[in-house]
Design a binder for this molecule. Structure first.
Ligand code: TXA
Ligand code: MG
Length: 329
């Protein structure tokens, strides 16, 4: 058995809320108008989605897009996902839409599927880092879709965390990471899925998985009628892919055949503060709590996070990907 999560210590931690953060709830009457006004005036706003919170900027504002890169400390060679409010906008921003792409968008949007397609001239260079492709998705969050609709422009949004660090799944996570660097943080409670969208490249003859995420790849393969190629990147090659999703504590993966209880005990015997991931038996629950658990472990001062890898199917594939990157030091 894994050691229980030390709840008593979590409860006694000081609140993260910080007076430097400008935060609003989606339930506030003026939330929509304030958000749209800020985004329409070169501002950047942290917005809720079903996967993780995004740091949003209107794609029409070169200044705001640059601020997103600067705020995250992200190289401009890493392009941003463009968020649309409805399926119909796919044709508006994509140059050509294959039958496969149309089928998947129709079935999965709004939802955690990002599609890489050839872009047309309405997508500015600054958003895609000069690439011929654009990443498009319709998030399953009513508030954020209404913002995009009223703004009259898609919103480019990477996850609202510092580059290479753990993504935020609550407004307080954003507040703790980015504080006063963003003009507004819109709180819509914890994200239901908790890991980023599945990214699939539809620009070639066959759909290709770029990043496992919130929609299981098995579901997309079933829709398309052929298996989408899975290239699980066990360890990102240094220099080509950034080390991502990293907490401060070291992540110790527990592989199949290892006993997590023994791993925890051995680490504790050597004097380490150890936190073991919970909900490893349920990939959806593990996904929806993963980033909060990694953050809590850091707040607790853990030296090591012991993480049992789920099977590489369903949401387990995305969780494995994030944990393997988190463990790569
Ligand atoms: O669930 C999500 O996808 C969240 C929410 C906020 O929508 N967003 C997100 O964005 O995870 P970000 O920036 O953290 O990750 C987007 C990934 C990056 O690895 C980026 O390089 C890739 O998508 N990407 C974006 N546009 C691309 C493009 N035009 N070509 C190739 N890769 C692209
Ligand atoms: Mg990210």
């Amino acid at each position: 058995m894994l050691a229980p999560w030390p709840n008593a210590r979590v409860a006694s931690l000081p609140p993260v809320r910080d007076s430097r953060c400008s935060m609003i709830s989606t339930r506030d009457d003026d939330a929509l108008s304030r958000t749209v006004e800020i985004l329409g005036n070169d501002g950047i706003v942290a917005l809720p989605t079903e996967t993780v919170y995004g740091l949003g900027a209107s794609i029409s504002s070169v200044r705001a897009i640059q601020r997103v890169y600067d705020t995250k400390g992200r190289p401009t060679s890493h392009p941003l996902i463009v968020h649309l409010s409805k399926f119909d906008d796919l044709e508006r921003y994509a140059k050509e839409v294959s039958a496969d792409a149309r089928l998947c968008a129709q079935a999965c949007w709004p939802g955690p599927l990002t599609m890489l397609v050839r872009r047309n001239e309405l997508v500015p260079d600054s958003v895609v880092g000069g690439s011929e492709l654009v990443a498009l998705r319709v998030p399953a969050n009513t508030f954020t879709c209404r913002v995009i609709e009223q703004l009259g422009s898609p919103i480019a949004a990477p996850s609202a965390n510092m580059f290479g660090k753990v993504s935020p799944t609550t407004a307080l996570h954003v507040c703790a990471d980015l504080g006063e660097l963003v003009d507004l943080i819109v709180d819509d409670g914890p994200c239901s899925i908790g890991v980023e969208s599945t990214i699939i490249d539809f620009s070639g003859d066959h759909a290709r998985l770029v990043r496992p995420g919130g929609i299981p790849i098995e579901d997309v393969s079933e829709l398309l009628g052929y298996p989408v190629a899975i290239t699980e990147r066990l360890v990102p090659a240094p220099g080509t892919l950034p080390v991502h999703y990293q907490p401060r504590a070291i992540v110790r993966l527990v592989e199949e055949g290892e006993d997590p209880g023994e791993v925890v005990a051995a680490l504790r015997d050597s004097g380490k503060q150890v936190v073991a991931l919970r909900h490893v038996e349920s990939p959806p629950l593990l996904a929806s709590t993963l980033y909060a658990q990694l953050r809590e472990a850091d707040l607790l001062g853990a030296d090591v996070i012991v993480a049992q890898l789920p099977a590489a199917s369903g949401l387990g594939l995305a969780v494995r990907d994030r944990l393997q990157r988190a463990a790569h030091h």
